[in-house]
Design a protein around this ligand. Structure first.
Ligand code: SF4
Length: 398
């Protein structure tokens, strides 16, 4: 006899599998149409990644993003695909905003060049250009994040320094084009030529009189912050080009000369990239023993932690509801009895905290910086060392 509960689980799983398949296919299609064959050149995001973890960057170049339809951990595939594709969806939404505002913007500007025989391409999300007053160029790179970081990740900074450096350095060369998904767009133009073709404006033949800046706009589902400005900088561009050269050489050595991926340096210490990395299953950074008997315990812990988050949301919703009910009851500070419990809402003083920076400033004014630092150091103490349990997902490839 059919088990209705199991049938429902099967149908739900089928729907998730369908979604995962669609996400993987649309991601591959979008990447091919907008970025071309990424194994044949080094992009700016490759450079950023290589500076964080050469092994992961070379792995990506050799094997792509890694998700396929035969992987068993559907939840992990969905989580990774949703995370990867969120950026494209944000980009489509922001594009719509800029189009509606009729801003002078070139979308998906591509810069094609080579350095020491290494093919390099930069894809710039948005480039605004104006000839009014002092000619101005603003590059805007979008990044989608779970949470907005307090400072910009160095991989993003490297990427945007590469973009603004290449735009400045190749300004008068036929290195610029535009990727449009369903047409070939313009290609092989100088920057002033592409501004004329796309925006109908005349930019100077040389960038020396142009105010050029790049910015990174970080977006989460409920927050945004802009980081910048990043200006053309020869040293930073040189660093990017050198990183591109090193990465290309590492990719060629692995692909053509059989060099071992595991001999490449890995990201050091705790790194957020590792949880999502497609090559973490056999990464030497996580060398260890096999003890499969702990697998169920770790799965259970993961489920409990996920439910802990759900409980916290539910608890705060119920508490909020009770606060509102109390306010509407107008009982003047009395308790409300309800079955075997009672509740009331009362005003409390805010928590008092010590502003360490302000204290340091005040002490410095009276005693001087050195004495202020010494007093603060004497009043600080470190807690006892403790054992931290770290659990990290293994992304198995089929
Ligand atoms: S798991 Fe971490 S260290 Fe290992 S390749 Fe991936 S990103 Fe690099």
């Amino acid at each position: 006899m059919n088990d209705p509960a199991q049938a429902q689980v099967d149908r739900s799983h089928g729907l998730m599998a369908l979604l995962a398949k669609g996400l993987i296919e649309s991601s591959a299609q979008r990447t091919a149409s907008s970025l071309g064959d990424r194994s044949r050149y080094i992009g700016m995001s490759d450079i950023g990644r290589a500076l964080e973890c050469p092994r992961a960057a070379v792995g990506r170049k050799l094997f792509g993003h890694g998700d396929d339809l035969h992987q068993h951990d559907l939840a992990a595939v969905l989580a990774r695909q949703l995370r990867l594709q969120r950026g494209h969806w944000f980009e489509a939404g922001i594009t719509q905003v800029f189009r509606q505002q009729r801003l002078p913007v070139i979308e998906q500007l591509e810069i094609v060049t080579s350095h020491q025989g290494v093919p390099i391409r930069a894809h710039l999300d948005f480039v605004f250009a104006s000839e009014v007053g002092q000619p101005t160029v603003r590059i805007l790179e979008l990044k989608s994040c779970e949470q907005i970081p307090p400072t910009l990740y160095s991989s993003y900074e490297t990427q945007v320094y590469g973009q603004v450096g290449l735009l400045h350095a190749l300004w008068g060369q036929p290195a610029f084009g535009v990727h449009v998904e369903d047409s070939h767009g313009k290609a092989g133009l100088t920057f002033p030529q592409i501004c004329r073709a796309k925006l109908g404006i005349e930019m100077p033949a040389h960038p020396s009189t142009v105010d050029i800046e790049a910015w990174v706009l970080c977006l989460s589902m409920s927050d945004a912050n802009a980081f910048g400005p990043y200006l053309p900088d020869d040293t930073m561009l040189g660093l990017c080009l050198k990183a591109a050269e090193d990465l290309w050489n590492d990719v060629e050595a692995s692909r053509d000369k059989g060099a071992d991926l595991d001999d490449l340096p890995t990201a050091q210490g705790f790194h957020p990239l590792c949880s999502w990395c497609e090559f973490n299953a056999d990464c030497p950074k996580f060398d260890g023993l096999d003890q499969p008997q702990w697998s169920d315990t770790l799965d259970l812990l993961k489920d409990l932690k996920a439910r802990q988050g759900e409980f916290e949301v539910e608890i705060s919703e119920i508490e909020e509801g009770l606060r509102t009910a109390y306010a509407l009851s107008d009982v003047g500070g009395s308790w409300i009895n309800a079955g075997s419990h009672r509740f009331r809402v009362s005003a409390q003083n805010g928590r008092r905290t010590l502003n360490k920076e302000q204290l340091r400033l005040e002490l410095s004014t009276v005693l001087g910086e050195e004495k202020a630092d010494a007093i603060i150091a004497r009043c600080e103490w470190e807690g006892k060392p403790f054992d931290r349990l770290t659990i990290s997902r293994i992304n198995k490839r089929s």
